[in-house]
Design a protein around this ligand. Sequence first.
Ligand code: UDP
Length: 313
Amino acid sequence: MNIVITGGAGFIGSHLCEFFLKNEHRVICIDNFLTGRRENVATFLSNPNFRLIEQDISKHLSINEPVDWILHFASPASPVDYNRYPIQTLKVGALGTHNSLGIAKLKKAGFLLASTSEVYGDPECNPQPESYWGNVNPIGPRGVYDEAKRYAEAMVMAYHRVHKLNTRIARIFNTYGERMRIEDGRAVPNFISQALKGEALTVYGNGKQTRSFCYISDLIKGLWKLMNSQINEPVNLGNPNELNMTDIAEIILELTKSKSSISYCDLPVDDPKVRRPDISTAKEKLNWMPEVPLEQGLKKTIEYFQRVQNVTK
Ligand code: UDP
């Protein structure tokens, strides 16, 4: 197959590129390197099945070859990044999704949207099933991401209903692993880098807020199963193993054998208090569930950050 991956140089995008190249598909990666990185795709460049188009998908783009699937993964995705690039985040969720859908329609290709657990906002129920409509502050600092993704979902469903496009929506919960940017501001990279440097781990608020972390290889398998399904409605993909932020900081301290302390800092505005995916749909309809235990995934991620830090020293 010929697969277009927008945001292909990002964390999840680059793992998708790798997965499809390994399985001998052709990959056309579109990235403007706003938050994606050249290092993430450097080893693919010599592969004749890999093509890199350096462009912002929020601007019109023509692709002069057949396309079977478009996987729309372009977007700043960490709260620090989307606060830094609020307008680009809104544009890639709105215009970028529209442009990608336009390509899918023209090429008669399948389309998969990387949506997010952020569509649930600060949820009033835990865990969150796909049927929950969410509790989002449209004008808060997270609104630029949450509303862009909510709009993107609406746009995908409209293209599905009106143009009969073969679409999928993955609601991706917190995911971690190799090729995350160490300075992307999210909890796992922050804690690992702080622990490795002997700095205090910055836990926000009282550390009682929860998240559920999924290792990247599990997520990629789930996305592939979703592509191969016939489900046009959104599907949650994530690991239901829910932890609070103090717990995850302590686990990282233990795994890195770090002597760092924990320092409690201000909680960011609108930070969701709980988050845990209800993955009944993925289990029942995709026969998917995450398999990699947290410690195992974290060990691999820690090794990656150690390698990266040594290179940049
Ligand atoms: N967090 C933290 N310390 C950090 C970075 C994040 O305590 O250095 C908290 C953050 O407040 C949130 C959780 O960790 O409650 C997950 O944040 P992250 O930025 O990883 O992603 P989110 O799930 O909020 O999109």
